[in-house]
Design a protein around this ligand. Structure first.
Ligand code: NAD
Ligand code: TYD
Length: 375
């Protein structure tokens, strides 16, 4: 593939680009008509969906390759043939509850996969010279969950907060962050890391809280709130995360980590109630959706609170989120209402098996909010 004169518009290799955040990133990137080509490498696991990228079917700048980040021959071939100016690494197993029930896949993809990708990127970087070498970046997309959990009054996570991952998912992501750091420190691979808070928005797989609640509400099913529902997450609209990644790619200092968040901390129960209120307005039924809220057995080792201190990316790179939670959540709920066939397509037999596995035992002692108050 021919590189453009302007290195900023050179090709990108995006791993996991058919997943939730990856597909939003690729779609957003190519909305800019001056953007260069994108090669999406995705194993198309249960969480990856090629139809997320349907809007690019006629765009000659986009290539979707189905493949695994553990496949070094494929990685080498893609790097050699497309000569990306950057690797943007989203590919991962990403759902905490799945990591509790089956951690093996998380260690394999998130740790081994990142290792193979780093090694192939290092080999490729070693062949580059001049401007191509100067411009090359390896951007690793990570999570705030590597920092562990906060108590109510604790200060938010900053880039130097010690890692204290609590779930197999968080531990696997923390391990991959350490690998990326070491490949920069030891081999001088020009890496960048972003650690972002919880995302929400279009194309999120309906095993995660927000799309799960929207889907269950519309289907008349219980809305499962783990434990007391007072766990706090710092929610960021997915497009804002994508713009942060573009910003770090363009202007981030090599070897640095940037925390990304919307300074928007919400308790889970409040999030679920807000979704119910939006649905009462946008898709009214004969009773409030909030009546479907059901408290279920908590997640083992459930982190109590996440909060991100995003002042570094704001101060150094002038990145700021554009959506607040009210507008972002309204858009998200409307998107799911408008895309119910997308939800039906991704919620296949395997998805239903997962719902039975994850929620089957939890709901045996389930309580509605009214029953909980009465206790
Ligand atoms: P996702 O589960 O929706 O998508 C992951 C994608 O990776 C899928 O398309 C899947 O097919 C692909 N994939 C999985 N294993 C692969 C492999 N071995 N080889 C190639 N592709 C593979 O996840 P997401 O929510 O879009 O998260 C993307 C990245 O962002 C992850 O690294 C995650 O840790 C990170 N992150 C997510 C959030 C969030 O709130 N969702 C927040 C911060 C960081
Ligand atoms: P999730 O979307 O799985 O993201 P993460 O675990 O990475 O933060 O969950 C968000 C929060 O919602 C988390 O505190 C767990 C909680 N939760 C529920 O209460 N019920 C559910 O059915 C799910 C999936 C999550």
């Amino acid at each position: 593939m021919v590189r453009t004169q302007d290195g900023r518009n050179g090709p990108l290799l995006v791993t996991g680009g058919a997943g939730f955040i990856g597909s939003n990133f690729v779609l957003r990137h190519l909305r800019d008509q001056s953007a260069g080509p994108v090669v999406t490498l995705d194993a198309l696991t249960y969480a990856g969906n090629p139809h997320n990228l349907d809007a690019l079917a006629a765009d000659p700048r986009h290539t979707l390759v189905q493949g695994d980040i553990l496949d070094r021959d494929l990685l080498r071939q893609l790097l050699r043939d497309h000569r990306p100016r950057a690797v943007v690494h989203f590919a991962a197993e990403s759902h905490v509850d799945r990591s509790i029930l089956g951690p093996g896949a998380f260690l394999k993809t998130n740790i081994d996969g990142t290792f193979h990708l780093l090694e192939c990127a290092r080999e490729f970087y070693g062949t580059l010279q001049g401007e191509e070498r100067e411009q090359f970046r390896f951007l690793h997309v990570s999570t705030d969950e590597v920092y562990g959990t906060l108590e109510p009054g604790d200060p938010a996570f900053h880039e130097n907060t010690p890692f204290a991952p609590n779930s197999p998912y968080a531990a696997s992501k923390a391990s991959s962050d350490h690998l990326v750091r070491a490949w920069h420190h030891t081999y001088r691979l020009p890496t960048l890391i972003t650690n972002c808070s919880n995302n929400y928005g279009p194309f999120q797989f309906p095993e995660k809280l927000i799309p799960l609640v929207i889907g269950n509400a519309l289907a008349g099913k219980p809305l499962p709130v783990y434990g007391d529902g007072q766990q706090v997450r710092d929610w960021l609209y997915v497009e804002d995360h994508c713009s942060a990644i573009e910003t770090v790619l363009a202007r981030g200092t090599v070897g640095e980590t940037y925390n990304v968040g919307g300074n928007n901390q919400q308790a889970n129960l409040h999030v679920v109630e807000t979704i119910c209120a939006l649905l009462d307005e946008l898709a009214p039924a004969n009773r409030s959706y909030a009546e479907q809220i059901t408290f279920v057995t908590d997640r083992p080792g459930h982190d109590r609170r996440y909060a991100i201190d995003a002042r570094k990316i704001q101060r150094e790179l002038q990145w700021f989120p554009t959506q607040d939670f009210a507008s972002g959540l309204r858009q998200t709920v409307q998107w799911y209402l408008d895309h119910q066939s997308w939800v039906e397509n991704v919620t296949s037999g395997a998805y239903r098996d997962w719902i039975d596995t994850n929620y089957g035992d939890r709901t045996s002692g389930a309580k509605t909010p009214a029953e909980t108050v009465a206790r």
